[in-house]
Structure formats: C-alpha cells, structure tokens
Design a binder for this molecule. Structure first.
Ligand code: C5P
Length: 221
C-alpha cells in the first residue's frame, strides 16, 4: 500500500506572496508564484495529512484535498496561521513582504503634478519567527524557506539561527535560475545540527514529495 506517514495529522503550509496596499488600487508585492508551497500542501495531503494552506494572492489553482485560506497581507497571513494551529508540522514557504507602506491611503493617491509622494515603510510581523518562538503549542517541526540570490547556504544558516526554526529549505532565486515563477527548483536543506544537503534540480512537485517524506521522518509522533 502507498505509505501515508502523515495520516490524520494536522499540517500548516504558507505559500505565495503577500500584497501590501499603498492605496485602494496599488500594492507592494514580489515574484512568488506559490508553486512550491502549493505543491508541498498537495504532497502533504497525499500523504494523508489534514492540510491548511494559507495562501497569498496567486494565479494557480487550489491544490485538491486541502483547506485553503486566502489572505492578502502579512498581517492577515499571521492571523490565519494562528487560527490554523495547532499542527504537528508547519512549513513557511510564503514570500512574505518584509515591509508594508506605513500608512495605506483610503483613497487613490492622485498624480497632481507635484513631486512623487514619499513611500514610508513599516516592518511586517515575521510569521516564521513568531511560530518558532511559541512558548505553548509550537508545532513539533517548523520549517522555513530561504530565497537567496547569493551565498545561499551561509544566509540559510544565519536565518535558521535568527528565526529559531528547525530546518531551512534554501533555494537560489537569482534570475538566471528561473526558480521564481518557474516549475523546477534546486534546494539545499540546512538543519540545526549544521548538516547541509543539496538536492538535484527537480520539478517543484517532486521536490515537494521528497520534502514531505523527509519532514514526516523528522516528526516525533
Ligand atoms: O528573512 P526571510 O524573509 O528571507 O525568511 C524567509 C522565511 O521566513 C520563509 O520561510 C518565509 O515564509 C518566512 N517569513 C515569514 N514572515 C515574514 C518574513 C519571512 O514567515 N515576515
């Protein structure tokens, strides 16, 4: 029989970008497609898990067999994540905007011929760090992603320490690789014990299946 290592277990996945409003018609965003996060949610569901996928705005379909909560902003994503816990496994694959416009205007900003308006930014909550640091109800395995354009491994190691998660899945998103928005991915697993594993370039669906298998093996049930 097909192994279902996560049968009946609750799993949380974040995916996609966030949109941070400037005014009712404009926002700050990034190039995340949600493909890798959505594929992980689907693979976890196929492994038998009860999956909640908290997704920013994406143009790809909802994965089958998954409860999808759609959000726009980082702050909405944090609230949806907290509402979706507890879970044995939480995978933070979303490309959350680090900053948001400090003040979202209630009406469209007009081009009135004067100088361009200044854009003042405020820091968004760090969802991964928040969940990693939970005193009570922390998921048994907390996985972060690190999208980097250079020094991928070193940055991932620093991120692991700073965020307090258990594992970082690092990938190179420099433009030449075509990872952002593309269908294939090359990942490095960076663990707390300092072990680094580099996987071959694979379809994001295959990366997802292998990751879920790996996560399932790390969860102490
Ligand atoms: O620091 P950086 O944004 O590169 O860290 C990436 C990891 O942190 C990803 O797992 C991402 O989902 C998560 N993250 C988050 N909330 C933020 C920023 C990043 O959950 N505000």
């Amino acid at each position: 029989a097909f192994p279902r290592p996560l049968a009946g277990r609750r799993v949380l996945v974040t995916s996609g970008p966030t949109h941070e409003p400037i005014d009712p018609v404009r926002y700050l965003a990034n190039r995340s497609s949600g493909r890798q996060g959505h594929a992980i949610a689907q693979a976890a569901a196929e492994a038998g898990a009860l999956v909640t996928l908290v997704s920013g705005p994406v143009a790809i379909p909802n994965p089958p067999g998954v409860t999808v909560v759609r959000v726009e902003t980082a702050r909405e994503m944090l609230a949806a994540v907290e509402a979706a816990l507890p879970a044995v496994l939480a995978v933070f694959a979303a490309a959350v905007a680090d900053w948001r416009p400090a003040e979202a205007k209630g009406a469209k900003i007009k081009k009135d011929g004067a100088a361009p308006p200044p854009l003042t930014l405020a820091e968004n909550p760090d969802i991964l760090a928040t969940v990693s640091g939970m005193a009570q109800g922390r998921p048994g395995l907390v996985v972060g992603f690190a999208a980097e354009t250079n020094d991928v491994i070193a940055h991932a190691q620093q991120k692991l320490a700073r965020k307090g998660c258990d594992l970082i899945v690092a990938n190179d998103v420099s433009a030449e690789g075509g990872v952002m928005g593309g269908t294939r991915n090359t990942v490095h697993l960076v663990g707390r014990d300092g072990a680094i594993e580099t996987w071959p370039t694979l379809d994001k669906d295959e990366v997802a299946r292998r990751l879920v298998e790996r996560f399932a093996g790390m969860i102490v049930l």
